[in-house]
Ligand binder design. Structure first.
Ligand SMILES: [Zn+2]
Length: 271
C-alpha cells in the first residue's frame, strides 16, 4: 500500500513509521529497505482486502497520474463489504490497475461491486500474442455502416489487410440481410476505400489476440490495455455484426476523460 493513517493523517511510508490500515484499521509497518519501493504492509498476516495485489512500478506509475486523494480509496457496499480501489475519481469512476491474470469469477465480482469501473491492464506480458491490423472507419460513418468486415486472424493475410462485404449489395440478393446475418455480395478491399476510410478514422482497428486472457474480452466494464506506449488499446465491439475490434486512445486523453466524465460508459463518447 502507498498510504496508511499515522496519528490521524494519511501518510506515505518513511523509515520506522507505524500506522493503521485505512481499510481494516489494523497495524501497519513502513517497509523502506534500500532496494524496495517504499510501501506499507500489515504488521500481522490477516484478512484485509482480499482483492489487493502487490504493487509493481507500473502500478505506481499509473497511480501517480492522479492526485493523491484519488488513490487507494476505501469503498464500502451497502452490505458492509469493503474494498480498496486503486483510483476513484471525484465524480465516482473507479479505476482498477491490474498486472496479474484474473479469473472470470474475480473479474465479475469486482464489476458487480464497483459498477462504475474501468480496467487498465498490463499488456507487457502478452504483447507478442497481440496483433493490430488495418484501420476501420468510424462505425457511425457511411462506410462504417455499410461495410461488414471479415475477422482478422494471425496468418489470414487477406482479412488482415482488410476485406469486407457491402451490406447495400448483400441486400440486393437477400432483402432480409443484416450486418449480423449477411452472406452474398462481393468481397471489397481495404486498399480501394483507404482514402475515404482514413477521413473518418477515429482509432478503430482489427486485431487478433492469440491465446487471449479471455476474461478481458468478456468484461462488462471498459478495458484498456497498456503496452507501454503513448497509446492504450481499448477492447471494443465494432458494430451489430459482433466484430470485436480495438480502439487506440492516447493515454493522456484517457486520464483527462477520467477527470471529466461521470460514468465509465461516457468515456470517449461524443459530447
Ligand atoms: Zn488492512
Amino acid at each position: 500500500m502507498q498510504y496508511s493513517q499515522v496519528a490521524g493523517c494519511r501518510s506515505e511510508a518513511r523509515p520506522g513509521l507505524k500506522g493503521e490500515c485505512e481499510t481494516c484499521g489494523h497495524a501497519t509497518l513502513a517497509k523502506c529497505g534500500p532496494r524496495i519501493r517504499h510501501h506499507w504492509a500489515h504488521a500481522f498476516r490477516q484478512h484485509c482486502d482480499p482483492w489487493w495485489e502487490n504493487e509493481t512500478d507500473w502500478h505506481r506509475g499509473w497511480k501517480a497520474l492522479f492526485p493523491p486523494s484519488f488513490r487507494e480509496v476505501c469503498h464500502r457496499a451497502e452490505d458492509g463489504e469493503i474494498h480498496r480501489a486503486d483510483i476513484k475519481t471525484e465524480k465516482g469512476i473507479v479505476v482498477e490497475i491490474q498486472h496479474s491474470a484474473m479469473s472470470d469469477a474475480e473479474r465479475i465480482s469486482r464489476e458487480v461491486f464497483y459498477k462504475n469501473l474501468v480496467w487498465i491492464i498490463d499488456g507487457s506480458v502478452f504483447v507478442k500474442n497481440f496483433d493490430i491490423y488495418h484501420p476501420l472507419p468510424d462505425p457511425e460513418s457511411e462506410l462504417g455502416k455499410d461495410a461488414v468486415w471479415i475477422k482478422a486472424k494471425r496468418g489470414m493475410e487477406g482479412a488482415n489487410r482488410g476485406l469486407f462485404i457491402r451490406l447495400s449489395e448483400a441486400i440486393l440478393e437477400d432483402p432480409q440481410a443484416t450486418k449480423a446475418r449477411c452472406s452474398g455480395g462481393f468481397y471489397c478491399y481495404f486498399r480501394d476505400v483507404e482514402q475515404e476510410l482514413l477521413e473518418t478514422y477515429i482509432g478503430h482497428h482489427q486485431f487478433d489476440w492469440v491465446r487471449p486472457r479471455s476474461t478481458w474480452l468478456d468484461a462488462k466494464c471498459p478495458v484498456y490495455i497498456d503496452f507501454g506506449c503513448p497509446y492504450l488499446v481499448r477492447i471494443d465491439t465494432y458494430d451489430e455484426s459482433g466484430l470485436r475490434c480495438i480502439r487506440l486512445v492516447v493515454k493522456n486523453d484517457l486520464v483527462q476523460e477520467l477527470h471529466l466524465r461521470d460514468r465509465m460508459t461516457d468515456l470517449f463518447a461524443p459530447p
